[in-house]
Write a protein that binds this ligand. Structure first.
Ligand SMILES: Nc1nc2c(ncn2[C@@H]2O[C@H](COP(=O)(O)OP(=O)(O)OP(=O)(O)O)[C@@H](O)[C@H]2O)c(=O)[nH]1
Ligand SMILES: [Mg+2]
Length: 322
C-alpha cells in the first residue's frame, strides 16, 4: 500500500485534529496536490519533461531548491530501478520520498516535556511580525488545558505596544504575566520572570522577545544575556528555545531566520500562518535547513489554532485533505 492510501485509511474516520490540518492547508493543497494530479493526467508515461515539471511544482511549493533536486533525483533513480513509468505511481513515489526524507531526521514527539517540581522555560525568538507573541499565547492556551501553571514573561521591551499585546493575551488566558517598562533591559525582565516563576511554582514559563532586526553580534549578545540570566535563576533554563518562522515569507523568511540559528542554540521551530500560504512545502525546506525539528504549526489566528507538528497529518493536509 502506498503512503497516500495509508494516510487515507488512517484518517478515514475523521478526527478533529486532522480536520484542522485539512482546512488550514487548503491553499497549499490546491497548489501542490491538484497540480500534481493535473500533471499526471497530461502524460501517459513519464519523460525528462515530466520530471522538470515535477521540479517546478515542488519549487513553487517552497520546498527549497537544494531539497527539490535531491528528492527528484531520488525519485528518478528509484523509477529507473523499478522501471516505473506511470505518472501516478511516480507521484506516489515522490510523496513517499518527501515522507522518508523528513522522517529519517528522526523526531516523533514534539510536545514540550515537563519534570515534576521544575519550571520548564521556553524562550521564543524570531524576526518581527512572524507571530511570536501569538504563538506564545497559543502555547499557553495549550498547556493551561493540559493542566499546567503557565507564566508569561514580556521581555520584548523594544516595540511600543508589545507588552500590552501580551498582557491582553494573559488576561484572556487568565494566566500570570511579568512585564517590564518600555526600553527596559530584556534580561532584567527575564530575571523578574524567573523570580515570579519560583514564587508561584510555575510549570511553564514562556519568554517573549523583541523581533527587531539588528546585527548578528548585538543579537547574539542580547540573547546570550537573557539566556545567562534564565540559567542562573533556574537550573537548565531555558530548556527550550523556539524559533518562529512565518510560512508566508517563503525562502526569504528562512534566510532571515537562519541568523537566529547562527547566534543561539535552538531546540525547535514553530511555523506560523500555514493557513495563509499556498506554499506549504516550506516545512520540508525548514526541516532540511535547520538542525532542529518543526515542533508546532500555526493554522490560524485563534488561540486553539496551534497544532503539534505531525508528519502524517501534514502530508494528509498537503496531498489528500477533504
Ligand atoms: N493567519 C494566521 N495569522 C497568524 C498566525 N500566527 C500569527 N498570526 C498573525 O500575525 C500577526 C503578527 O503576529 P505577532 O504575534 O504579533 O507577531 P510577533 O512576531 O510577535 O511580532 P513583533 O512582536 O512585532 O516582532 C498577527 O496579526 C497575528 O494574528 C497564524 O498561524 N495564522
Ligand atoms: Mg511580539
Amino acid at each position: 500500500m502506498g503512503l497516500i492510501d495509508f494516510l487515507k485509511e488512517k484518517f478515514h474516520k475523521k478526527d478533529k485534529n486532522v480536520d484542522k490540518y485539512s482546512q488550514g492547508m487548503a491553499k497549499s493543497r490546491q497548489n501542490f496536490s491538484n497540480r500534481l494530479d493535473l500533471l499526471s493526467r497530461r502524460y501517459k508515461t513519464v519523460n525528462q519533461e515530466y520530471f522538470d515539471e515535477l521540479e517546478q511544482i515542488l519549487i513553487e511549493s517552497d520546498v527549497g531548491v537544494n531539497l527539490v533536486i535531491k528528492i527528484v533525483d531520488e525519485v528518478l533513480e528509484k523509477s529507473r530501478q523499478e522501471k516505473i513509468t506511470n505518472p501516478q505511481l511516480i507521484n506516489e513515489l515522490l510523496v513517499d520520498r518527501m515522507f522518508v526524507g523528513y522522517a529519517e531526521k528522526g523526531d516523533i514527539k514534539n510536545e514540550i516535556t515537563f519534570k515534576a517540581g521544575e519550571a520548564t522555560v521556553v524562550l521564543v525568538v524570531g524576526v518581527n511580525g512572524v507571530g511570536k507573541t501569538t504563538s506564545i499565547a497559543k502555547l499557553a492556551y495549550r498547556y493551561i488545558h493540559h493542566g499546567k501553571k503557565v507564566l508569561l514573561v514580556a521581555a520584548d521591551t523594544f516595540r511600543a505596544g508589545a507588552v500590552e499585546q501580551l498582557t491582553v493575551w494573559a488576561q484572556r488566558l487568565n494566566c500570570e504575566i511579568v512585564t517590564g517598562a518600555h526600553q527596559a533591559d530584556p534580561a532584567s525582565v527575564a530575571y523578574d520572570g524567573m523570580k515570579k516563576a519560583r514564587e508561584i511554582n510555575a510549570d511553564l514559563v514562556i519568554v517573549d522577545t523583541a523581533g527587531r532586526l539588528q546585527t548578528k553580534t548585538n543579537l547574539m549578545m542580547e540573547l546570550s544575556k537573557i539566556k545567562r540570566v534564565l540559567g542562573r535563576e533556574i537550573e537548565g533554563a531555558p530548556q527550550e528555545t523556539f524559533l518562529i518562522i512565518d510560512a508566508t515569507t517563503g525562502q526569504n523568511g528562512v534566510v532571515q531566520a537562519k541568523a537566529f540559528a547562527e547566534v543561539t542554540d535552538l531546540t525547535g521551530v514553530i511555523v506560523t500562518k500555514m493557513d495563509g500560504t499556498s506554499k506549504g512545502g516550506i516545512i520540508l525546506a525548514i526541516r532540511d535547513e535547520f538542525k532542529v525539528p518543526v515542533r508546532f504549526i500555526g493554522l490560524g489566528e485563534k488561540m486553539d489554532d496551534l497544532e503539534e507538528f505531525d508528519l502524517d497529518k501534514y502530508l494528509y493536509g498537503l496531498c489528500v485533505g477533504e
